[in-house]
Design a protein. Structure first.
Ligand code: FES
Length: 119
């Protein structure tokens, strides 16, 4: 199974699992305020290693349209599958954000649709 690394912690995740859920299920309280629909960008991560070449169309559009110009800087973990080894740094978590909930748990499959393009 692919290995996911966050700081000094490494865990395995099934290749068809959404990265946001793999992080959450391994004790990292990453935000996902829109429930995994490529809308809120609170599930954003920085890639240290293993950034995927493919991107959902929804992720690309959202990052390109962002007023903070996020395209090329971060990726949306709700739009990424754990299909290879990767090292990431979550940006917004329950520890550093002023919110009372991470957001509704995203569905198991990529939403709104897993239509892929290149990054
Ligand atoms: S963009 Fe909202 S959870 Fe990923």
């Amino acid at each position: 199974m692919p290995k996911i690394t966050v700081e000094d912690k490494t865990f395995e995740a099934p290749a068809d699992k959404r990265l946001v859920l793999a992080l959450e299920d391994n004790g990292i309280e990453i935000l996902h305020r829109c429930g995994g629909y490529a809308k809120c960008t609170t599930c954003r991560v920085k890639f240290i290693e293993g950034e995927p070449e493919q991107m959902t169309k929804a992720e690309k559009e959202r990052l390109q349209q962002d007023p903070q110009n996020l395209y090329g800087k971060v990726r949306l973990s709700c739009q990424i599958l754990c299909d290879h080894d990767m090292t990431v740094a979550p940006v917004m978590t329950m520890q550093n954000a002023d919110v009372d909930s991470p957001g509704k748990r995203p569905e198991d499959q990529i939403t709104p649709s897993s239509e892929w393009t290149e990054r």
